[in-house]
Design a protein around this ligand. Structure first.
Ligand code: CO
Ligand code: ZN
Length: 333
């Protein structure tokens, strides 16, 4: 599974430009499902047909990045965030454009780091002047962090763990599903989560699932002077109770906990005080979809290097596999 994670995190897919990620996932999952299809916004559906109810598991393909807003006469680019990017985390970082062009981020003269905002940052692609820069980039081009995948001995470090690790977990879970399932299961690889859960909203509307699950990263409270949070790396996947986008359906939550306990899969309970996931969009689709989320604990979410634990990842795969294979009642109402 490490090879799958590495190729997924090292592929670039800022929000709205997920094509390369989608093509890779489609190749990797095609043999494990009955059919795959893509919608007009770029969401990828991978379907195991079956009787009702229909379960939807969603991981988003997009990652945070930047977008070019201005090119000056000396060839320096100004940039704006795509998704939740904090400017100080970009200092000195290399960014990569779709065509492989690389630049480095630096800042104008400032007295104090507190003055650092997007207007003080620029991206240097090594162009001699504005014309040279304009030959290589255009306003609106997007770039992603340029960081290699590393295995630190049981813990993985990479950019875009949010949420390629969720994509990897779904691909791996799909491979392990038994030949016959008690219900239909759709694995969704959604677009534009980082800019407001957009792909999951249209995908859920089209699919009309009976249950929804987001599979995404969550923050942890186990680093030096971290904000207090009862989730740690290495203690198992987290079953979400709540974040800013959803209060997970109590019945779904109970069945998730019941499944983890029955299968002896370690888990944690997650209350995330900020941020959201695709479940936020899915549960509000049409007449409402009872939803929950499996979260992979992750340090340094939205930083250039995000860290997850290999054991948590393996247990997340097992939990998804067991959730998909267990019997789900038809929801009430
Ligand atoms: Co994110
Ligand atoms: Zn995410």
């Amino acid at each position: 599974m490490e090879a799958l994670i590495k190729e997924l995190v090292e592929t670039d897919g800022p929000s709205g430009e997920e094509t390369a990620v989608r093509e890779l996932i489609e190749k990797r999952i095609a043999g494990s499902v009955d059919r795959t299809f893509t919608d007009s916004l770029g969401n990828l559906f991978a379907l195991r047909e079956g009787p009702a109810p229909l379960l939807l598991f969603s991981a988003h393909m997009d990652e945070i990045g930047v977008i070019v807003t201005h090119i000056d006469e000396r060839g320096f680019l100004r940039i704006a965030p795509v998704g939740g990017v904090r400017p100080h985390l970009l200092l000195g970082q290399r960014l990569r454009f779709k065509e492989g062009l690389i630049g480095t981020v630096y800042h104008e003269k400032i007295k104090d780091l507190k003055e650092l905002d997007w207007s003080k940052l620029y991206l240097d692609i090594g162009a001699a002047d504005g014309e040279g820069a304009a030959e290589r980039v255009r306003i609106g081009d997007m770039a992603c962090l340029h960081q290699p995948f590393v295995n630190l001995g049981g813990r993985y470090l990479a950019k875009a763990m949010d949420d390629r690790i969720g994509c990897a977990v779904l691909v791996e879970a799909a491979r392990r599903l038994p030949p016959s399932l008690p219900q239909g299961v759709c694995f969704l690889f959604s677009v534009q989560e980082e800019v407001g859960l957009r792909g999951a909203a249209t995908a859920a509307y089209r699919l009309e699932p009976d249950y929804g699950f987001a599979v995404d990263v969550t923050s942890v409270g186990d680093t030096p002077e971290a904000p207090l949070m009862a989730v740690s790396l290495g203690q198992g996947p987290a079953i979400k109770i709540k974040d800013r986008s959803i209060i997970c359906h109590p019945r779904v939550r109970e069945l998730m906990i019941e499944t983890a306990e029955k299968e002896a899969i370690p888990y944690q309970l997650e209350v995330l005080e900020y941020g959201g996931t695709d479940a936020g969009a899915i549960h509000l689709s049409r007449g409402g979809v009872p939803s929950g989320a499996v979260s992979i604990p992750c340090r340094y979410v939205h930083a250039p290097s995000e860290m997850v634990d290999a054991g948590d990842v393996a247990h997340a795969v097992a939990l998804i596999e067991k959730l998909a294979a267990r019997n789900w009642p038809l929801p009430e109402g």
